[in-house]
Design a protein around this ligand. Structure first.
Ligand code: T46
Length: 140
């Protein structure tokens, strides 16, 4: 699958960098939650799940990391290494984050409050969910 990156609005100057994102303007949802992932030890891979409804923007605000996205039919990998660049990850997409550089900080803007029931944490369940969703868009 193709992964498109988005450039957020920013002010870069000799005094440093400022990047901003407004809910419903720069991201296509109201931002209900913000979290960040940092201090990931070398070699650790995170994620391994999809969401049923959650929409998110992932931005590596410091350092770099890779993100693998999988829609059940094809996969794509993107290197996030620019604090003004983000990727949209919508519902029904399996994700894995890995190759975090030392000091990397992955910031996430999320459309929903944390809800463990929204996670699909088993890959075979994910594939079945995708097959079901193709035939039944009332699936929840
Ligand atoms: C995602 C990727 C990019 C909470 O209690 N509240 C929260 O808002 C979050 C995000 C997590 N947690 C708890 C749930 C687990 O017990 O923190 C623990 C670690 O979460 P998890 O193993 O899901 O972390 P990642 O890095 O695998 O995945 C996270 C997000 O959970 C997920 O939604 O898309 O980052």
């Amino acid at each position: 699958m193709e992964i498109e990156t988005k450039q957020f609005r920013h002010h870069y100057s000799e005094w440093g960098k400022l990047v901003f994102a407004e809910g419903n303007h720069d991201v296509p949802f109201e931002i209900k939650r913000v979290y960040y992932i940092c201090d990931v030890p070398n070699g650790v891979r995170r994620g391994f799940h999809a969401h049923k409804h959650l929409e998110q923007y992932l931005i590596c605000v410091h350092g770099e990391c890779k993100v693998l996205l999988d829609d059940g039919e094809s996969k794509g990998i993107v290197l996030l290494n620019d604090p003004k660049e983000g990727i949209y990850v919508g519902p029904g997409i399996w994700r894995e984050m890995y190759d975090f550089s030392e000091g990397a900080v992955l910031l996430v803007l999320a459309s929903m409050y944390y809800d463990e029931n929204d996670y699909i944490r088993n890959y075979n369940t994910f594939l079945k969910y995708k097959k079901g969703a193709e035939h039944d868009n009332t699936i929840c």
